[in-house]
Design a protein around this ligand. Structure first.
Ligand code: E4P
Length: 283
């Protein structure tokens, strides 16, 4: 059972239904799961295997189908294939298809101009979306603007904190900054902390008020142990002197989404990595 004091939704970040079962048995609940092409490539059943494009899609469908059955009340994020040249229309075709796979899908689109075009239409069509590869407040503002009118729970925003930490920036600051910026809004976008690397990330993201957090099984296990051993306590800020603070920017939420600066090097690199991991399975 989920403690009633814990209002943050807890997701597993994994492409393996065996881990969903383990997370459920460790925590006693799970509010959702996020997948992506790299996580699918890590599924033990793909080891040493090559797929045709159709076989790979069928495999992905099978995985999310199993996860969906395990957490029918939860949300399951399914990511479209996109590289730098993928147009919104191609993403939409995938999104509409993936949305039919399971009843509880959130379709992951990259936070690029093409991804936002696809998301804007998807939301109008009543689909749920999870905007991924978010690394800046401007991108978060654009997602807010592009999805105005969406129902609560329909739009997730996934800032990747671990990948910012990896290059020496304090990723957790981005979460706090976005939450602060969204306070001026109507609450239709939920902040989903992603790219979580440690139990400190887990604890701190909950403290700063993230709506959702997705974490690898290893982190969920450690976190559960901390709670059970009563070691769980309010941490102070993640004070890593090696991490450069990310300053809050005064950004309004009222502009058309096309007017926000969507560019971020890590979004481009992230797209490349997802595409490479997916294509690496095809042969
Ligand atoms: C989940 O939605 C993200 O795709 C995932 O957390 C990315 O994590 P990584 O930075 O460890 O690859």
């Amino acid at each position: 059972m989920k403690p009633s004091s814990l209002t943050t939704k807890i997701f597993l970040d994994s492409g393996d239904p065996a881990e969903t079962k383990q997370a459920l048995s460790i925590l006693g609940f799970l509010d959702g799961q996020t997948t992506n092409p790299s996580l699918i490539a890590k599924n033990p059943q793909t080891a040493g295997k090559k797929f045709s494009k159709q076989e790979l899609l069928d495999f992905y469908k099978g995985i999310v189908g199993q996860v969906s059955v395990l957490i029918p009340q939860g949300s399951v994020s399914v990511e479209v294939y996109a590289d730098a040249s993928t147009k919104a229309e191609e993403m939409l075709v995938q999104g509409r298809e993936f949305n039919k796979w399971i009843p509880n899908a959130h379709i992951k689109y990259p936070t690029t101009s093409e991804g936002l075009k696809a998301a804007e239409i998807s939301v109008k069509e009543g689909m749920r979306v999870n905007m991924t590869l978010v690394f800046s407040q401007e991108q978060a503002a654009a997602v807010y603007a592009a999805t105005k009118g969406a129902k609560k729970g329909q739009v997730f925003l996934s800032p990747f904190i671990g990948r910012l930490d990896d290059r020496g920036e304090n990723g957790m600051d981005l979460i706090s900054n976005i939450i602060k910026m969204y306070k001026a809004g109507d609450g239709h976008v939920e902040v989903l902390t992603a790219s979580v690397r440690s139990v400190e990330h887990q604890v701190r993201a909950i403290e700063v008020g993230t709506d959702i957090i997705t974490s690898p099984l290893r982190v969920l296990k450690e976190w559960k142990e901390e709670i059970s051993n009563d070691k769980f306590q309010i941490s102070n800020e993640i004070k890593n002197p090696n991490l450069k603070p990310i300053q809050y920017q005064e950004i309004g939420l009222d502009k058309p989404w096309q007017e926000y600066n969507l560019a971020h090097e890590l979004t481009d690199k992230g797209l490349e990595r997802f595409a490479a991991d997916w294509n690496g399975l095809i042969g």
